[in-house]
Write a new protein. Structure first.
Length: 123
């Protein structure tokens, strides 16, 4: 097997190998951290504005936190059609957040204005 670094002096060779090992270890640590914490730290926002949820339909990974913020001048709620969650009445600029751990589809609506509907798909 031929030497991949024949032109490097011993000191330069050690520096190149050390840099490669350090970079490899750093990349492995970053990849590992990304796998374990990406979904845990993910936040998705839903705007409540003009009597609508935007986006009204979204798909997230398990462990994602969804934050609804009311930008209307009147109160709204975020209420699961299956009774899984229910916010209090959100005044202007109030927020409600929920972390979705289980895979599934979660339909919701505003209990004060039932024509306002949305869906969070976790998977």
């Amino acid at each position: 097997m031929s030497d991949p670094m024949p032109a490097l002096c011993p000191l330069a060779r050690r520096m190149v190998l050390r840099a490669a090992l350090t970079a490899g270890t750093t990349l492995a640590m970053l990849a590992s951290a990304g796998r374990t914490s990406a979904a845990e730290n993910e936040r998705v926002t839903v705007s409540i504005d003009n009597f609508a949820f935007a986006p009204a339909d979204l798909t997230v990974a398990p462990g994602t936190t969804v934050v609804w913020t009311n930008h209307d001048d009147i109160p709204h709620t975020v209420t699961s059609t299956e009774g899984v969650f229910k916010s209090h009445a959100l005044d202007t600029d109030d927020s409600f957040s929920l972390t979705f751990e289980k895979v599934g589809s979660y339909r919701y609506f505003c209990s004060l204005h039932p024509h306002m509907v949305g869906m969070v798909r976790v998977g």
